[in-house]
Design a protein around this ligand. Sequence first.
Ligand code: DLZ
Ligand code: SF4
Length: 507
Amino acid sequence: MRLVLVLGDQLSPNLSALRSADKATDVIIMAEALGEASYVRHHPKKIALIFAAMRKFAAQLRAEGWQVRYSKLDDEDAPQTLNEALLQGAEAVGATEVICTEAGEWRVIDALAELPLTVTTLPDDRFLSSNQEFESWAEGRKQLRMEYFYRDMRRKTGLLMEGDQPAGGQWNYDHDNRKAPPKSVEVEGPLRFEPDAVMREVLDLVAARFGENFGTLEPFWFATDAKQAQAHLDHWIATGLAGFGDYQDAMLLGQPHLYHAHIGLYLNIGLLDPLEVCQAVEKAWKEELAPLNAVEGFIRQVIGWREYIRGIYFLQGRDYVARNDLGHSRDLPASFWGQKTWMACIEAAVGQTRDEAYAHHIQRLMITGNFALLAGIDPYQVHEWYLAVYADAFEWVEAPNVIGMSQFADGGIVASKPYVSSGNYIDKMSNYCKSCSYKVKQKTGPDACPFNLLYWHFLDRHSEKFSANPRMGNMYRVWDRMAEDRRAQVLSDADNWLAKLDAGEVV
Ligand code: DLZ
Ligand code: SF4
């Protein structure tokens, strides 16, 4: 008899640990553990999603004939950690062996290694590329660019391939995917699910235990089992996919969802399978329900970016999350926790995050991420914020996106240049600036958009690092050509603004 550990983000019937276990003799361990629910102050919607999906998955396993020891957070004697759950289980059933599928976080991997039990860890083959495959791909390469990895994944899966050539003749249609937002958008948005009895119980528990965490718990509308997640996917393919490409980077006040798929929510806890999702999306293209730029853009995110990011996390090892290549040390501002700010874009992105535990990639990268990088916020604090507030955030996916892609704290492993912009880009891609107290066209003075001030401040303070980067040369030339007194004005306005931020003033 062995124990089979199933984690809160491993809710897949085809999980390697389940495949190698024996229904007749082995016992599944699943635990709502306070340690997991509190290693960062997760958004209440994230905890509710995971607990509800865990409870439903456990019921499904029992119905299929598995023996499951499931502990609810508020059970008497509930184990506080995953290890405690396993030790309690081992004692109760007289087991000394544990089978598990590799966890998506070094912290959990290391904790399980401490157990005085024999632990067999199997690869997480819900991903298309194994850690070994990624390592061999990375070996000997000077730069780990996602684009080349992605092409290999296309060849490997056969998705959007015509023989050995990419469908339509190009691998990547991103240049078609950066349209400014339309005046009005007609899209239904994600399918919403009414909380059922399981969900109701979980919502009450989460409200009682985690109600103080940043984030609004209700209305709660996420899918919490595989059937609902599939219905969500089908609905998005029918209503959102066709417009997904064009307006991928657009941001509109009051329109948090636009054409986005919200698929990370369900992929990352195992309710949907990445290959099946991509095959369904490819089918929609073959049936001429969606254009190639939308379908390719989506598939690239799933088999390219998502797999690449996971490869980076495991390749880079435990110290990756602590990287701080630019030496940034400012504290995360209170506006990230919902304190009033005059910056309409930050208010929109943070407000939506509070309400939905969701923001789309450009809001994460070019509003909150861009701001944190320009303002020189400690990347570890930024990392913990993203890990806590987004329902789809697990360290393997969040850390390389934040530490690497967004904050350039890994010194350029993931990104070839820092993702920074002035207010102009935000104005082009959103309607936020129209209702902002700051003036996006203003470059200096008290009304100047802080992104405008901080952009030059960032380039100036890191000029040693970036002025020779060929992709940033143009911007440094603009800065160098600016009149000396104007440059001094920009820098001193930026310093004053940052001093107010540090003093906790509403800025
Ligand atoms: C994120 C999370 C939360 C909030 N709660 C639990 C839990 O109670 N029990 C559990 O097994 N897993 C939970 N998780 C997911 C784990 O933290 C996750 O498996 C690791 O972060 C590795 O990706
Ligand atoms: Fe954001 Fe600047 Fe636009 Fe205001 S003016 S919404 S701060 S980009």
